[in-house]
Design a protein around this ligand. Sequence first.
Ligand SMILES: NC(=O)C1=CN([C@@H]2O[C@H](COP(=O)(O)OP(=O)(O)OC[C@H]3O[C@@H](n4cnc5c(N)ncnc54)[C@H](O)[C@@H]3O)[C@@H](O)[C@H]2O)C=CC1
Ligand SMILES: O=C(O)C1=N[C@H](C(=O)O)C[C@H](O)C1
Length: 251
Amino acid sequence: MIRIIIHGCNGKMGKVVAKLAAESHDFKIVAGVDKNISPLDFPVYSDLKDVKEEADVVIDFSYHEAVPNLVKAALQKKLPVVIATTGLSEEELKVIEEASKEIPIFKSANMSLGVNILINLVKEAAKILQQDFDIEIIEKHHNMKKDAPSGTALMIADSINQVLNDKKEYVYGRHTKTEQRKPNELGIHAVRGGTIVGEHQVIFAGHDEVITISHSAQSREIFGYGALQAAKFIINQKPGLYTMEDLVKKG
Ligand SMILES: NC(=O)C1=CN([C@@H]2O[C@H](COP(=O)(O)OP(=O)(O)OC[C@H]3O[C@@H](n4cnc5c(N)ncnc54)[C@H](O)[C@@H]3O)[C@@H](O)[C@H]2O)C=CC1
Ligand SMILES: O=C(O)C1=N[C@H](C(=O)O)C[C@H](O)C1
């Protein structure tokens, strides 16, 4: 039984992870951490450093500002961490990178298998279509999402630049633009509304034809399930920074 602490336990995703863990024989939630310390079926603390319960891993679905403190406390406790929180600044990413030299950290802006398959398909398409096709990404999320564009959209864009040797310059929306699109642009657009769980479209727009590769999340459970699989994976790893690619490779 893998003992889990959920960081962001009173959030939308924290509650999904707790529900999925309760339905599984493989996981037990031993404590939660959140700035909102409303009681749950397990002890809730405001800071990981105060958690008394023994655990094997922390799963984080919180807010970018909370991540450095979480990681520092996990370092103290020598606890592996699964980081799903997005909107991380360069500085916050550096704290994670530094800590991963001492503890195993799994980080992904999208914990669903489907999005990670989409990324592989998009990389192949980008290699073939790079000459005469303009690439744009449209992401759509619920009206409570705080960060934009989504971490997934940025992860997709970075994957494209990985295969195109950083040729593309990201353009976030086109408001105030007064000139035509340049071939080296990669447009990234965010739509917010309703209860949209998470949709990502990658558009390859060519002369007289368009190819669209897309993913639509139908429930948050795909992210919760992926985070639990990542937790099962990360507890057996040496210190380092791991991604969904490592998990998919493991099979
Ligand atoms: N990697 C993935 O597959 C996914 C990532 N996410 C990301 O996870 C994060 C959380 O998403 P939701 O659960 O929808 O958000 P939410 O706003 O419902 O939950 C966030 C929780 O974190 C808590 N929190 C905020 N600041 C805190 C702090 N300083 N210390 C401790 N707790 C704090 C809030 O009180 C709240 O309970 C977002 O960054 C989102 O983009 C969401 C879904 C999938
Ligand atoms: O905030 C969300 O809900 C989601 N955020 C992640 C992101 O920023 O990519 C993942 C998923 O799309 C849901």
